[in-house]
Design a protein around this ligand. Structure first.
Ligand SMILES: Nc1nc2c(ncn2[C@@H]2O[C@H](COP(=O)(O)OP(=O)(O)O)[C@@H](O)[C@H]2O)c(=O)[nH]1
Ligand SMILES: [Mg+2]
Length: 346
């Protein structure tokens, strides 16, 4: 999964980036685009790896891209350079400043920052949609295409994000090739002062996030970045001191999976124990395609052991002996934690 960190200069994007990736990119205004990748911690993979002792253990990965923002009279969060970077990102994480930054003249106002960012994204999308509509009208494209773009235009004119439209309301097949900001899944990181790190998201902000169909989490990036640089055994104690029981990375990953409706399935064996990330609702055949296109093309059946069942019996053989191995066809909907073995023939 690729996540782009966006927001105004001085909101703490690079600090969040360092927290998440364990890297030490320099802080301060401006800065360069940076990418860092982290493994998605998963106890289930750790345990399976312990049982199979494979040559290789592969966790799912998230890559973070630190996209510099701007700050100034116009309060522009997105430079044209930033817009280009966003093209590649599957989800955006907007970092909002809720702490006093001595380098900036005004006091924190995260709600205002959110509104400014949203307004900017709506305008950018509207520009694209209006141009596409003009072209479609000139070329007398089919009515369906016109209807899709008109629907989007009206939605944006009401300052609503495109992500608020369901798949039923909006046929996104027509949107391929367009970079639409308000259609990207959005996660808000409310970046706070250390003292407030464990306090809940304010109601007003939480309500607004719901309207915008965005996910949210609260963190104190500068403290978390410090924790991330500590030895593992000291980290838990520091988190507890702050009234937290989980690192920002762990919470971030959970929120992002929820927001994007992602789950994991596993493949196991002597060669490799591996986690694969898919959308909830993915069927066995498409899931097989994540592993290799041959497995999708020549799919015969999936042998499935839910993780809990595997734990209960301790080995694949014991699961089979107990008659608990599930034999599933191409339309089986994969569940979170399924251990899959794909039978195929090409
Ligand atoms: N008090 C406090 N300061 C922070 C926090 N996060 C970042 N900062 C400080 O804010 C300044 C700007 O942070 P930076 O990550 O460079 O912001 P960016 O411009 O969005 O990348 C730095 O001096 C950070 O140390 C936070 O959670 N609390
Ligand atoms: Mg920065």
């Amino acid at each position: 999964m690729k996540v782009g960190l966006v927001g105004f200069a001085g909101s703490g994007k690079t600090t969040v980036f360092n927290t998440m990736t364990g890297l030490v990119a320099p802080l301060g205004m401006g800065g360069e685009v940076r990418v860092g990748t982290v493994k998605v911690p998963d106890q289930r993979i750790a345990l399976l790896s312990g049982i199979f002792s494979p040559k290789k253990t592969t966790y799912a990965e998230i890559s973070f891209c630190d996209i510099p923002g701007e700050y100034g009279a116009e309060k522009k969060g997105l430079s044209s350079k930033a817009l280009q970077q966003i093209r590649d990102q599957e989800a955006l994480c907007l970092v909002l400043r809720d702490f006093v930054n001595p380098a900036l003249p005004d006091s924190p106002d995260p709600v205002a920052e959110l509104e400014a960012f949203h307004a900017e994204c709506v305008l950018a999308d509207l520009e694209i949609i209006e141009r596409a509509l003009q072209r479609a009208e000139k070329e007398r494209t089919d009515g369906q295409r016109l209807a899709v773009f008109t629907k989007m235009k009206v939605t944006l004119e009401h300052e609503r994000p495109l992500r608020s439209l369901s798949a039923k309301e909006l046929n996104r097949d027509y949107l391929q090739g367009y970079v639409l900001l308000t259609d990207r899944p959005l996660l808000i990181a409310l970046n706070r002062d250390e003292k407030e790190a464990s306090a809940a998201m304010p109601d007003r902000l939480a309500a607004r996030l719901q309207e915008l169909r965005a996910g949210g989490l609260v963190l104190s990036a500068s403290v978390e970045a410090e924790i991330a640089s500590m030895a593992a055994q000291d980290q838990a104690a520091f988190l507890a001191d702050l009234g937290l029981n989980e690192s920002a990375l762990a919470r971030f990953i959970r929120s992002a999976y929820e927001l994007l409706d992602l789950i994991s399935f596993f493949t196991v064996g002597a060669d490799e124990v591996r986690a694969w990330t898919i959308k909830r609702g993915t069927k066995a055949r498409q899931a097989a395609g994540r592993i290799h296109s041959d497995l999708e093309r020549g799919f015969i059946r999936a042998e499935v052991i839910p993780y809990e069942v595997f734990l209960q019996y301790g080995s694949e053989q014991a699961v089979k002996d107990a008659g608990r191995l599930q034999i599933e066809g191409k339309d089986y909907v994969v569940s979170d934690g399924d251990i899959l073995h794909i039978r195929f023939n090409v």
